[in-house]
Design a protein around this ligand. Structure first.
Ligand code: UD1
Length: 367
């Protein structure tokens, strides 16, 4: 069996790691296509080297652009690549522009498409990721869902017959890296200058267009982080750095210490060393839960609703609607006592994906 994975942005490299490792333990051929959506070393290369992912077989080098330009560039660059490889399965990951372009290019060439992380919904149609998820799910032949909630969304859209619950491959990689960090076999993270790791700190990230692209909202979110009574390590995504610079908004202020995005093991170590997380990232909401740190999510909704149970994750659509005391108590709250369980599986999702693709191919069925 030949499987071709299409990845392009940071969260996809993290998900690719356990999938590539699972295929490496089989006789199957696994081809990796990197679209080049993310090209900074800190968003791309460090994930391949740090997580032991084999180098990409094909690099499309599409880079940045508006949604149409970026999605269209991936789409047109993929045609000859898929035509040359003719894989048994094309595997697309998550909800980025690279995902929807990969799915579309593959179905047009009558190749079987499997969508990993299928069925997630925010029901917020302002999010580019929401369009990408819905379109990819409806185009794909096999929908690999990470949770029962996701299975329910697929059922509601009439897609049950193509859907299988496999769990989340992010659990696989997060738990493996956590164990290596706790065993001391990973290099400690490079924390920003001025941070005292012996004192409590929060890990913060902001990169969603709804938070970064409106200067008033961005200014208010940064002011809220700056006013917190603990150190805030802000791991600044290129979109955040670019939007702040364009609008003359300072990132480093008050409690905020700005750092570059961390490699995966560094991020896991930073979260394990932290008192909690403040973020708008989907992945970090789950990683906080897996690493048992409280998470505050600066969004009105989440796709990962299971993280909200027991107060492990709390949504804050706008800190300006809270008093300073309420906001600071919330963001610095202690981890709940409740057991969050394992809503996204126990760390064997990638093995299940590899086995399922083989089974479906042999049976001559997709779903
Ligand atoms: C993308 C995904 C998002 C995912 C996120 C993780 C889409 C629509 N969004 O958002 O789902 O959560 O990746 O990081 O696919 N840039 C750089 N260097 C890079 C990459 C980007 O400087 O290596 C800059 C670009 O100039 C661009 C901005 O960052 O202006 C945003 O990049 P883009 O790929 O469009 O989306 P992300 O915000 O990273």
């Amino acid at each position: 069996m030949k499987v071709l994975s299409i990845v392009g942005a940071r969260p996809q490299f993290v998900k690719l790691a356990p999938v590539a490792a699972a295929f490496a333990r089989t006789v199957h051929e696994h081809v990796i296509v990197h679209t080049g959506q993310h090209y900074d070393v800190n968003l791309s290369e460090v994930f391949f080297s740090g997580l032991g992912i084999p180098e990409a077989d094909v690099h499309l080098g599409v880079g940045s652009g508006s949604h149409g330009v970026q999605t269209g560039a991936v789409l047109s660059a993929l045609d000859p690549v898929l035509d040359a490889h003719r894989p048994d399965w094309v595997l697309v990951y998550g909800d980025t522009n690279s995902t929807v372009a990969g799915a579309l290019s593959a179905v047009k060439q009558h190749l079987r498409v499997a969508h990993l992380e299928a069925g997630l919904r925010s029901f917020n149609r302002r999010m580019p990721e929401e369009h990408n998820r819905v379109l990819t799910d409806h185009a794909a032949d096999l929908l690999l869902a990470p949770s029962t909630e996701a299975m329910g969304h697929l059922a509601a859209e009439g897609l049950s017959s193509r859907a299988v619950l496999v769990g989340d491959v992010m659990v696989d990689v997060c738990l493996q890296v956590r164990d290596r960090v706790l065993a001391g076999s990973e290099v400690p993270p490079d924390l920003p200058a001025g941070v005292n790791p012996a004192e409590p700190y929060l890990v913060a990230t902001l990169h969603r267009p709804d938070n970064t692209d409106d200067p008033h909202r961005l200014e208010a979110l940064l002011a809220a982080l700056a006013a917190l009574p603990v150190q805030v390590i802000l791991l600044a995504h290129p979109r955040l750095v670019a939007r702040a610079a364009e609008n003359g908004i300072r990132l480093e202020r008050g409690s905020i210490r700005v750092g570059r995005p961390l490699p995966y093991a560094g991020l896991v170590a930073a979260v394990l060393g932290s008192a909690g997380v403040v973020t708008d990232s989907g992945g970090l909401q789950k990683e906080s839960l897996l690493l048992r740190r409280p998470c505050t999510t600066l969004r009105p909704e989440t796709e990962w609703v299971e993280t909200l149970a027991g107060g492990w994750n709390t949504l804050v659509p706008d800190p300006r609607r809270l008093t300073e005391v309420e906001w600071s108590e919330l963001a610095t709250r202690r981890a709940p006592d409740s057991d969050p369980g394992a809503p996204y599986g126990r760390g064997d999702a990638a093995e299940q994906v590899a086995a399922l693709l083989e089974q479906r191919l042999e049976a001559g069925t997709t779903a």
